[in-house]
Design a protein around this ligand. Structure first.
Ligand SMILES: [Zn+2]
Length: 249
């Protein structure tokens, strides 16, 4: 039974029997794992405080042949999302963890995704404003997975979108200028929003700095566009995204 130690992000947990929890976590080196944390539901547990979604942990786990579930020996919190300074941030933590969970493949190493998640956590702890941070994270997540639509020029006529603005066509998942966008089935995206994408693309995903505050309207446009992309590419809307939207409504 090999014992592994890893740098990891907790994605979610659920109950198993009276005293135990199943923990889903993304390791830096061996992809997503599912493990049993024995005794995690007891009030005095060696896992206490380390199993909240998006906590960065140092874990030790044992893999057994022909078993899907690993067994967690320990999980020590290295950085917690509970230290986030922006009061709006805590409501987003579950959403971020859900998105990483939805894209992470089991037992398939994805170091870029791990680093993006770790950078997100560090930016939360540093008090980065939550709206631009969330749009930045969504942009890089979709881009790393290779599904973010080309946004520099209109997909139909080639107009530069950073000066003209445009729209996301929901059916085609493509950006066009305003003149090429049909009236129905598109989400307006302004020039300011495209300029935010330009700034975001110029910063490595593990730096996650957000420059000067972008206009709130541009953030709302990208929020709607990203939600449409995520629902299309995941073939469903993450539950936590729906909760966030209803809280905002
Ligand atoms: Zn066009």
């Amino acid at each position: 039974m090999p014992l592994y130690t890893a740098d990891a992000l907790v994605l979610r947990t659920y109950k198993l029997r009276d005293a135990d929890r199943i923990v889903v976590f993304l390791t830096a080196d061996r992809g997503k794992k599912r493990g049993v944390a024995y005794g995690a539901r007891k009030s005095r547990s060696r896992f206490s405080g380390a199993l909240e979604p998006l906590t960065r942990v140092s874990v030790g786990y044992v893999e057994r042949e022909a078993r899907d579930l690993v067994s967690l020996n320990f999980a020590d919190a290295v950085q917690s999302p509970m230290s986030a300074l922006d009061p709006g941030a805590l409501g987003h933590v579950g959403y971020f963890a859900d998105l990483i969970d939805a894209w992470a493949a089991e037992n398939d190493a994805n170091e870029k995704l791990f680093r993006l998640g770790a950078a997100l956590l560090a930016a939360l702890a540093a008090g980065t404003p939550i709206d631009p941070l969330a749009r930045y994270f969504e942009y890089w997540l979709l881009r790393l997975e290779g599904v973010y639509p080309v946004w520099v020029r209109c997909a139909r006529c080639g107009t530069a979108l950073e000066s003209a603005g445009g729209a996301l066509l929901r059916e085609a998942m493509a950006f066009t200028c305003g003149a090429c966008a049909p009236r129905a089935g598109s989400e307006r995206v302004s020039a300011e929003a495209f300029r935010f994408l330009r700034a975001a693309s110029g910063v490595a995903p593990d730096r996650m700095a957000v420059g000067e505050a972008p206009p709130p309207q541009a953030m709302r446009e990208l929020e709607r566009a990203h939600r449409a992309m995520i629902a299309t590419f995941l073939d469903r809307e993450p539950r936590s995204s729906r909760v966030l939207r209803e809280m905002g409504a």
